[in-house]
Every structure is written in C-alpha cells, then in structure tokens.
Design a protein around this ligand. Structure first.
Ligand code: NDP
Length: 345
C-alpha cells in the first residue's frame, strides 16, 4: 500500500475542505484549534497502471497549513504525527508532500524517530525528490523546443542549484541533455563551488546576473514572496519551470515570449477515482499530481519498498533512470505547456 502525506494550501482552504468532509467541529475552530488537530486519513484509493498492475493507497492530511510554518513545534508535531499515522496504518511507502518534506529536512526531524510508542521506520518514507527532478528535466527537454529554444545552444539557470532537487537536475542536464551552459544560482558560495567541481563545469552567478542570460530558468528553491524581478530583463523566448512550492511564479512573470510551466507535476493516463488532489489545487485533479506523490505510487507499483529518495544530494543518474522508466511504463507523463502557446523568437 502507498501513502501520500499532504496539506491544504491555506488555512481558509483547509476550513472549507474540513466542512466538506464533515469535520464541522474542526472547520469552525481558529488556528489554535487547528494546531492541536490530529492528522486524518481522508481517502483510500485503488489505482490500475498502464500495464495493468493494481495498487491501493491512502491520503493522509497532516492538518498542517502554511500559516503554521512560523510555529516550529507545531509544524514538527504535524509532520511526525502524520508519519506515525501512516506507519500505524501499515502503509509500506509514503511520500512527504508539499511543505512536509521541507519541514522534515529543515527542522532535522531525523532526530525525532520516536513518536510516543512508535519508532518511525525511515524505510517507509520517501521525499519523492528523485521523480520530481526527473520530471523537471523531462519538462525542459520536451517544452523548450516547442517555444523555439534549441537545447544545444541554450543557457539554463538553475535557481536552487545546490539543493537536493537542483543538484540532481544539474547532474542530469550536464550528462544527459546536452545544454550549452548551466548557470548555477544559490546563496551560499561553498556548496556552489563544490557542485561546480563535481559537475566539471557550470558558471556561478547571482540571480540578477543569471536571469538576463538564461533561455531556460528552473526554479527549485522556495523564493521569498517579496521577490521582485523586472520582466524586461528576461530573454524572449524564455521557459520558466516553476519547481518550487508553492507555485507562484506565474503571478510574477508574464508577457509575450515568457512561458511559465508548473514544474514537477505529472499526469496519469486515465482518471483516478480520488478527490484528494482537489486539496492540492491541481488543474485536472483526477489525473494530475505532484511528482513526489507519484514516486510513492511508482515504488508501490515496482514493489520497491524503500526510502528511495532520502537525505540530501543523494540522487544519482541511475536512480533517475529507474524512476523515469517506471513513470513512463505505468502511465505517467510530465505536464507541459498548453497547446495554444505562441512562439516568439
Ligand atoms: P533544498 O532545501 O535541498 O534546496 C533549496 C535550494 O535553494 C538550495 O540550493 C538553496 O541554497 C537554494 N535557495 C534557497 N533560498 C534561495 C534564495 N532566496 N535564492 C537563491 N537560492 C535559494 O530543497 P529541495 O531541493 O528539496 O526542494 C526545492 C524546492 O522544490 C522547494 O521549494 C520544494 O518545496 C520544491 N518541491 C516541489 C515538488 C513538486 O512540485 N513536485 C516536490 C518536492 C519539492 P542556499 O541556501 O545556498 O541559497
């Protein structure tokens, strides 16, 4: 059985969803009430893959909302309690979605293996980052040519290059995709220099210096909401792949020749009888989902019950090959630009 741990995109949204699900007492509570609310297993689902393999899974809402991010103890408790619930339900492999994997890593929850009388078994969980990185690379390879960008001549800026997803994307693009140049963007210099040396290339630039040079920008960092960018400094055409969470780049960049694509989102080949992706505000919630969620499904389809994506900067090209092949075989495809795009060269 696979599991997905998720959360609503805002407190207001969470209250609306809780009402819809019949949890009236929680729905009417204020944020303090929500801070004490336990995780809920809200849905069970059966999924049949493109090659006829059937799996079962469950969606657990952690009852976390982004408004709790500043409450360190609450955020930590929400994620650990949801993981404990997944383990108690004997779910073999569970993906940490949305902010839950960020909280797990940034708050170093590896130190909190004991939750009441449950010892969390890390083998049962995955961040889903290997599949996310692979999907973002596919989105680049498939969509850049559609807007007139020749990959062999393109400069690709990776914002968040030293992160778990960003470093995997850099490794893939320099080894497998044959782009002209990688522009490496992050704040800390030491990890950037280490990455550059591992890649045997790539140019380290600030965000301001990288953007005017880039034909393609991959955003795999949670950027501050206050980030201001002058669209006149961006190349046309430019492909922007918004791999961060939450996905808010579409609001910042617009204009002819700038194409913003929701990064790390996949589509299943047929409708899935669940309503859980409505909680994640997918455009086509019966088919679309975060690639990290799909990773848990793929590991279940493949009987690969292990923490496939775990820790930081452990994603190898071999792992990306494995999960990418499984993704295509079982009926997932990377979400692309809308078909009515206008090319401006
Ligand atoms: P990491 O924490 O491993 O990496 C974050 C990276 O971003 C680091 O390179 C960090 O380097 C850089 N960074 C952070 N802030 C800034 C900034 N202000 N300017 C420039 N660089 C910055 O994160 P992950 O790789 O695990 O995840 C990356 C993003 O992808 C997150 O936003 C996450 O939510 C999202 N994600 C999306 C998924 C999906 O949509 N399917 C699934 C999983 C994750 P430094 O600190 O040196 O700046």
């Amino acid at each position: 059985m696979f599991g997905l741990i998720g959360h609503s995109t805002s407190f207001e949204d969470a209250k609306r969803k809780a009402l819809g699900l019949g949890y009236d007492h929680i729905a009417q509570g204020d944020l303090d009430v929500w801070c004490t609310a336990p995780p809920q297993l809200v849905e069970n689902v059966k999924v049949v893959s493109a090659i006829g393999k059937t799996i079962e899974g469950a969606y657990i809402d952690s009852c976390f909302v982004p408004e709790m991010l500043s409450r360190f103890k609450t955020a930590r408790r929400k994620v650990l309690n949801a993981m404990e619930l997944a383990q108690k339900k004997e779910i073999s492999i569970t993906a940490l979605g949305g902010f839950t994997s960020i909280i797990f890593e940034n708050f170093n929850l590896l130190q909190n293996q004991q939750v009441r009388n449950t010892t969390l078994d890390w083998q049962r969980f995955t961040t889903g980052n290997t599949h996310t990185a692979w999907v973002i690379c596919r989105q680049l390879e498939q969509n850049a040519p559609r807007i007139g960008i020749d990959l062999s001549k393109s400069k690709v800026a990776v914002v968040g290059a030293t992160g778990d997803i960003g470093s995997a994307v850099c490794r893939w693009l320099s080894n497998r995709t044959g782009v002209s140049e990688l522009l490496l963007v992050a704040r800390q210099q030491k990890p950037l220099l280490e990455l550059q040396s591992q890649l045997g290339g790539g140019r380290i630039l600030s965000l301001d210096d990288a953007l005017p040079e880039a034909d393609i920008v991959i955003w795999v960092a949670s950027m501050p909401k206050t980030l201001e960018i002058d669209p006149s400094k961006i190349k046309r055409p430019c492909l922007m792949i918004d791999g961060g969470y939450p996905k808010n780049l579409g609001e910042k960049f617009s204009g002819p020749g700038i194409h913003v694509l929701k990064g790390g989102i996949v589509q299943f080949f047929k409708d899935i009888g669940w309503s859980m992706m409505e909680l994640a505000e997918m455009e086509n919630p019966k088919r679309e989902m975060f690639a990290c969620f799909a990773e848990a499904m793929l590991l279940e389809f493949e009987n690969c019950h292990t923490n496939f994506s775990w820790g930081r900067n452990n994603i190898t090209l071999e792992k990306m090959d494995f999960i990418g092949k499984a993704s295509e075989r079982h009926g997932f495809s990377a979400v692309g630009l809308k078909s009515n795009i206008q090319t401006l060269t």
